[in-house]
Structures are given as structure tokens and as C-alpha cells.
Design a protein around this ligand. Structure first.
Ligand code: GRF
Length: 203
């Protein structure tokens, strides 16, 4: 499976995908890593792994539409069967999401539909939640609202703060994101007419 990974920051989820594919656990070829932030550490991770590392600064474009058009061009040049958003901190236009309908995954650090958007760890603590976690979902035009593929949860303990909780959630992310990508690569996971389809053997 050919994939393109979009990032904005550290890229630890990207690293999990790189590592699992090097270990032969995941049959993907990462054709490119694209960041909207030229300083993203994830670009270094990509280069180190011999993957083309591309940055497209959203500030160079007059509108979201123009930025997304360039992003789309770059992704399609590298031929992606699946676009993987891994800490990509830009809101995408409807046209862009439609272009990759059923072919774009995102990971979001909350138990969706709770806490769409930012600061999810602090918001879960402030709400007095007993548990928190992470969701992998197909991307649709509405932010963090596409069909959920897989979730993992962890307990919120009395002494947790946003930082300790983020760390626990990250550990879960690095397990479930490669797993969802693996299912997709094996054609055991698909998205049809707004619904997640899972191979019956996974259930
Ligand atoms: C993760 O918490 C992910 O869920 C969110 O952005 C963060 C990216 O982390 N969408 P990293 O860049 O993969 O380390």
C-alpha cells in the first residue's frame, strides 16, 4: 500500500509507522511525508528513513483552498492509496476531504465524539472524566467527526495532569494507528457510504 503521511510536529506517530514497516509488521510504502511547518521534527524522521520530506507553508497561500490545492497536487504526485494525517494541524476544505473520501485517516487524542478540537487532555481532566483515550477515524469535511475505526482508552488517575495523560495516550496512539493502517492495507478495513466496514474475521 502506498501512503503519504501529513504532519505538523514531532511525528511520533509517523515514527511508529516507519518502525513497524521496517520491522516487516506493516506492508506499506511511505512515498512522502508532507508538513505545513518546515521546522517539524517529523521531517527529520522522514529524511532519516530515506523518505522524501516536503514542506508546504500554508502561510504562502492566500486561502485555505489554494493551500489545499497545492497539498493535493503534492500528495497525488506521490500516489497515495491512503493519506494518513498524523498530527496535521490544519483544517481541511470540503473539496479536499471529498477528493480522499474513504482514503484518509486521522488520529485524534480523545474518545470521540468527546472533545473534538484542541486541548483534549486538559478538557477531559477538567470534566472529571474517569477515562480518556484516542480515536482513529476516516476524515470527512466536519472536523474530527468522521466514522470511527478504532479507539483505545486509559484510566485518568487522581495525580494525572495534561502532560502525564498525553504521554499515556501517545503510547496508545502508537499501537492503534499502525493497526488501523495494517487493516486498511490488508483490505480488511474500508469505508463505504459513510460506514466503516470491517472484515468479519476482525470481529
Ligand atoms: C497526537 O496526539 C495526535 O493524536 C494528534 O496530534 C498529535 C501528534 O503527535 N492529532 P505526533 O506528532 O505524532 O508525535
Amino acid at each position: 500500500l502506498s501512503v503519504v503521511v501529513l504532519i505538523s510536529g514531532s511525528g511520533s506517530n509517523l515514527q511508529a509507522l516507519i518502525d513497524q514497516s521496517l520491522e516487516g509488521k506493516l506492508d506499506i510504502k511511505i512515498n512522502a511525508v508532507i508538513s505545513n511547518n518546515a521546522n517539524a521534527f517529523g521531517l527529520e524522521r522522514a529524511s532519516k528513513a530515506g523518505i522524501p520530506a516536503i514542506s508546504i507553508n500554508h502561510k504562502d497561500f492566500a486561502s485555505r483552498e489554494e493551500f489545499d490545492a497545492q497539498l493535493q497536487l503534492e500528495i497525488d504526485t506521490h500516489q497515495a492509496d491512503l493519506v494518513i494525517l498524523a498530527g496535521f494541524m490544519r483544517i481541511l476544505t470540503e473539496g479536499f476531504t471529498r477528493h480522499y473520501d474513504g482514503k484518509m485517516l486521522n488520529i485524534h487524542p480523545s474518545l470521540l465524539p468527546k472533545y473534538k478540537g484542541l486541548n483534549t487532555h486538559q478538557r477531559a481532566i477538567d470534566a472529571g472524566d474517569k477515562e480518556h483515550g484516542v480515536s482513529v477515524h476516516f476524515v470527512t469535511a466536519e472536523l474530527d467527526a468522521g466514522a470511527i475505526v478504532l479507539q483505545a482508552a486509559t484510566e485518568i488517575e487522581a495525580n494525572d495532569n495534561a502532560e502525564t495523560l498525553a504521554k499515556k495516550v501517545h503510547a496508545l496512539e502508537h499501537k492503534i494507528y499502525p493497526l488501523a493502517v495494517k487493516w486498511f492495507s490488508e483490505k480488511r478495513l474500508a469505508y463505504k457510504s459513510g460506514k466503516v466496514m470491517l472484515d468479519s474475521e476482525l470481529l
